[in-house]
Design a protein around this ligand. Sequence first.
Ligand code: SF4
Length: 242
Amino acid sequence: MQGRIHSTDSFGSVDGPGVRFLIFTQGCAMRCRYCHNADTWSKDGGTLMTADELLDKAERYRAYWGTEGGITVSGGEPLLQIDFLLELFEKAKARGINTCIDTAGQPFREAEPFFSKFQRLCELTDLFLADIKHIDPQEHLNLTGVKNDNILAMLRYLSEIGKPVWIRHVLVPGITDSDGYLRRTRAFIETLRNVQRIEVLPYHSMGAYKWDKLGLDYTLKDIQPPTAERIQNASEILNGLK
Ligand code: SF4
């Protein structure tokens, strides 16, 4: 089996614990208005690679991983290639490699055939990094083009099975950065029992040039990154400190 891979990065330091080899999959069905990887959206692009090709490449950097590092599969949306992820992580575990998935959760369904595959994938995954793009259903639809009910359902399921999760939330002035939305997001997080870390990712427009290259209209061009004060405020609310 081959996966459709957008790119790799040998030394990731923020996408999971320790130093990690990052694998960015090709294809995403969401259309987040701030996406800085719009070039990963198409399901047809990228390079076809086998699990062993990727793991052989990753293991060249194994000496840098220490006790915590490993591989993180990001995207694009990794769960769109769940059959390939299963093979990749089965093989990674056979090699004793720590595994992490960075997902926005859009493909999650509590229906077959997806659900059984996801259950198996959870057994092979050490940590999920999961985005909550927007807590409000309508605002989520406006921001990403898809609904958030199944995304929140994925987080509830990961909590039920006690799978460690880091939650990430992109702070966008005028869209996600309101105390009301942040408090609703915190209220949802409080219902989960498996959250190890909550991170605020400040909005930036560094990927806007990719939209231009693809001939797409970047609709957030007038939005400035949040101030240090607002980032601190969001972090404190989401972490239940205020
Ligand atoms: S889920 Fe990620 S890759 Fe997909 S559109 Fe949103 S930010 Fe971009």
